[in-house]
Design a protein around this ligand. Structure first.
Ligand code: CP
Length: 324
């Protein structure tokens, strides 16, 4: 099957092939005409059932740079609001001759279901499903880390062996954290999660990473620190930590950033809530790669679409918990 559903499905070789291809793709952005003819005549639909700024625009930019025909579908304003199912929506798109479907959905497992249902023949790319996975985010994060911590040219063919990555915040609701832990482990990095105990998922002990409740102790040992937004929209208000208390214990401000090694970087997948998990001083500092991550996302998505529509196979071996 030609799909990308989970970062856990990628072997080390798959991941490095995508990262190296993305380095090639990134050169297109430096040209006066930012386009390759590679996917001319192919149609890709961006099927977004959940809000997005970065991922939606980034996929669209990637598809257009590869000369694909692009159809943007947002559940808001579509017949989904009249009760139409994912199956009927997908088959409607299939009837229009779509080669790939990029899907974001609030339900964990929706892209897996679409890819394995037999409803459509198109390649499926997961652009974020519930609290489950966001594989292209993990890939663009790994790409950013490799460039910054190993080097742009020196990084080609390389993984992140021994690099120490700290992910801080709302791990419980974060598909970004889950995808990053999976991919970073595959790439040889050592991952530590820092979060309040109430924002860690059940079964976290089986994840391939360390857990800490002490951000200040973890920062001096980190090559990259990834800050996550607290996802109020997926949370019962009664369990929501106060902003003041959360920021005091788990927020990154200038004073805390000064404890990090000089070479280390601050990452954020966005959207950022300034004043909550990250101060404006840190978000706007040279060490914060949030905007660089967005730019790198276009190269990663070009690489994924180029490889998948060129026939690459990333085995879908990890079934989301919700569908087991
Ligand atoms: N990082 C990320 O997925 O951002 P969006 O929700 O804006 O796409």
């Amino acid at each position: 099957q030609r799909h990308l559903i989970s970062a856990a499905d990628l072997t080390r070789d798959d991941a490095i092939r995508i990262l190296d291809t993305a380095e090639e793709m990134s050169r297109v952005a430096d040209r006066p005409i930012k386009k390759l003819p590679t996917l001319r005549g192919r149609t890709i639909v961006n099927l977004f059932f959940e809000d997005s700024t970065r991922t939606r625009i980034s996929f669209e930019a990637a598809e257009k740079r590869l000369s694909a025909d692009v159809i943007n579908f947002s559940a808001k304003g579509s017949s989904v609001s009249k009760g139409e199912s994912l199956k009927d929506t997908a088959q409607t798109l299939e009837a229009m001759g779509v080669d790939a479907v990029v899907i974001r959905h609030g339900a964990s497992g929706a892209p897996y279901r679409l890819a394995n249902s037999g409803w459509i023949d198109a390649a499926v790319v997961n652009a974020g499903d519930g609290t489950h996975q966001h594989p292209t985010q993990a890939l663009l994060d790994a790409f950013t880390m490799r460039r910054r911590l190993v080097g742009r040219d020196a990084g080609l063919g390389q993984d992140l062996d021994g690099r120490r990555i700290t992910i801080v915040g709302d791990i419980l609701h974060s598909r970004v954290a889950r995808s990053n832990v999976d991919l970073l482990h595959t790439l040889g990095a050592e991952v530590t999660l820092v979060a309040p105990p109430t924002l860690l998922p059940v079964g976290i002990e089986s994840w391939p990473c360390e857990i800490s409740y002490d951000l200040d102790a973890t920062l001096p040992k980190s090559d990259a620190v990834m800050m996550l937004r607290v996802q109020r929209e997926r949370m019962n208000a009664a369990f929501f930590p106060t902003e003041r208390e959360y920021s005091r214990r788990y927020g990154l401000d200038g004073e805390r950033m000064a404890r990090m090694p000089e070479h280390s970087i601050v990452m954020h997948p966005g959207p950022m809530v300034r004043g909550m998990e990250i101060t404006a001083e840190v978000a706007d500092s040279d060490r914060c790669t949030a905007i660089e991550q967005v730019a790198n996302g276009v190269s990663i998505r070009m690489a994924v679409l180029y490889l998948l529509l060129g026939g690459a196979v990333f085995e879908t071996k990890n079934v989301p918990d919700t569908l087991q």
